[in-house]
Design a binder for this molecule. Structure first.
Ligand SMILES: [Fe+2]
Ligand SMILES: [Fe+2]
Length: 473
């Protein structure tokens, strides 16, 4: 099982793509084996179509890295509970074939006894690989984690709730299982996207294999549905079987269309001041989560040149201002800020234990950055072109030019100076930026090559400044 929404496709989620075929995909139909096979095949074909569509791939790469990482975070509650919807699927005592099929899925989700293969652990590894360290899943702090959207918990809560009533909702659970497992045909999209952004795609990659519709969980889920309906038909007749089928399909559609996370992610603004340090970002997110009330609580207290109340509009600025005012001393857990949080301080109980630990980790990290937020990449400026680093970059670019044609990731579009009018901007694929320096003709090819390199590096530099690192060679 895995997510049905593409974690990076904020504006073009898989669910939305599927909704384009909504009438075909979700519409109820009376069960016959042929009709069931045909619908599953149609859904499979839709997923494959989207996986192979270069426009979809290009759309998946339109976001800054910070947005992709943010989406990885938002899918944590769902993916860190992978398998939980089947947590009561196996009753004690003699076991029916259907339960055994579903238990096989459950076992795989849990890693079949291998901790490192537990799907929730694999997702936790993914989170850590992008510097996201969430509180323990089983704590209140996790549920209250300020950076997580409420809608990140919708499907999770739904699956936990429905699995609590396993017997009552067994047909619906079968439908949910089918939707989750069959939907994994879509996952090459996620794998390709994460690879393009330099993020380890292991979680999605393993689901491409294990959930496959031929022998994997997709096939097992489909077989379980068929087996169950056959059993109901034999025991209670055709009408009862059709009633059970309606409930299965309700479960399928309910889970496939539930929640608003895709829409919420699309609306979530990309952080304007997102630095490469997750610690600073977590601090900023925590401060932002308190801004609604905190920005009204501090009266006329000034911090530097601004009222403290106003600093909540600029969390990163507030974090630096606290240091300039000596309220936070880099590396010193004896800083005044911690006394303010103490029993006799005005901020007693304003921060929970987890948040106080975050404050401590951040304060301890400060000496290495001298109290400043980690710097972002600097754009190339005119006049710097003669530097050794720049010249080395030109050598790299010229070397990679010959190898870049086959790189599928190079359909990514970058904005840079228009070759015909450098005062204006234009957008081209990486292939096209490289090709400015290919097949040169005329006497001054050295100059032409330098000009082409300058344009490509400026385009890359602009992209880096915008926070994206989707560029690979
Ligand atoms: Fe699965
Ligand atoms: Fe899984």
């Amino acid at each position: 099982m895995s997510v049905r929404l593409n974690p990076g496709s904020c504006s073009l989620s898989l669910q939305e793509l599927m909704m384009a075929d909504a009438e075909q995909v979700w519409r109820f139909f009376p069960f016959t084996q042929d009709a069931f096979d045909a619908r599953m095949q149609l859904i499979y074909d839709n997923y494959v179509r989207d996986n192979q569509d270069p426009d979809v791939f290009a759309a998946d790469l339109q976001f800054p890295l910070a947005k992709i990482i943010g989406n990885v975070l938002q899918f944590a509650p769902f993916n860190q509970l992978d398998g939980a919807w089947l947590r009561h699927i196996t009753p004690d005592g003699p076991l029916a074939n259907i339960n055994e099929l579903l238990f096989r899925i459950r076992m795989d989700e849990l890693g079949d006894g291998n901790v490192e293969q537990n799907h929730a652990n694999v997702y936790t590894d993914l989170l850590r690989s992008v510097n996201i360290y969430l509180p323990d899943l089983h704590t209140r702090a996790y549920a209250d984690y300020p950076a997580l959207l409420n809608s990140s918990f919708t499907t999770t809560v739904f699956l936990l709730a429905i699995s609590e009533f396993n017997d009552e909702f067994f047909p619906e659970l079968l439908g949910m299982t089918l939707e989750l497992e069959w939907g994994s045909v879509s996952l090459p999209r996620q794998v390709n996207q994460l690879i393009a952004y330099g993020i380890t795609p292991q979680y999605y990659k393993l689901h491409v294999g294990i959930d496959n519709a031929s022998e994997g969980h997709g096939a097992i889920a489909k077989e379980a549905v068929e087996m169950y309906l056959q059993m109901v038909r034999q025991q209670d007749g055709e009408d009862a079987m059709q009633t059970a089928w309606k409930r299965i399909w309700n479960g399928y559609v309910a889970f496939g269309t539930l929640g608003s996370l895709g829409a919420d992610l699309a609306e979530l603004p990309t952080p304007q001041d997102q630095g490469p340090s997750d610690l600073w970002n977590q601090m900023a997110a925590m401060i932002a989560s308190k801004a609604q009330y905190a920005s009204l609580m501090h009266g006329d207290i000034m911090l530097g040149e601004n009222r403290l109340n106003d600093w909540f509009e600029d969390p990163f600025g507030l974090l630096e201002a606290l240091q300039e005012a000596g309220i936070v001393v880099p590396g010193n857990l004896d800083s005044p800020i911690f006394r303010l949080m103490g029993f006799n301080g005005p901020m007693y109980k304003v921060f929970n234990d987890e948040q106080q630990r975050l404050w401590q980790r951040w304060v301890l990290s400060l000496p290495s950055t001298q109290g400043k937020r980690p710097p972002r990449l600097k754009a190339y400026k005119k006049g710097e072109a003669q530097s050794a680093v720049y010249n080395n970059m030109r050598i790299v670019v010229d070397m990679l030019r010959a190898r870049q044609q086959g790189a599928t990731g190079h359909i990514v579009r970058l904005q840079g100076p228009d070759p015909k009018n450098p005062d204006q901007k234009t957008t081209m694929t990486i292939h096209e930026w490289f090709n400015l320096g290919a097949n040169l003709v005329g006497d001054n090819q050295k100059e032409q090559l330098r000009e082409a390199d300058d344009l490509l590096l400026k385009a890359l530099s602009d992209e880096a400044t915008a926070g994206s690192s989707s560029v690979t060679c």
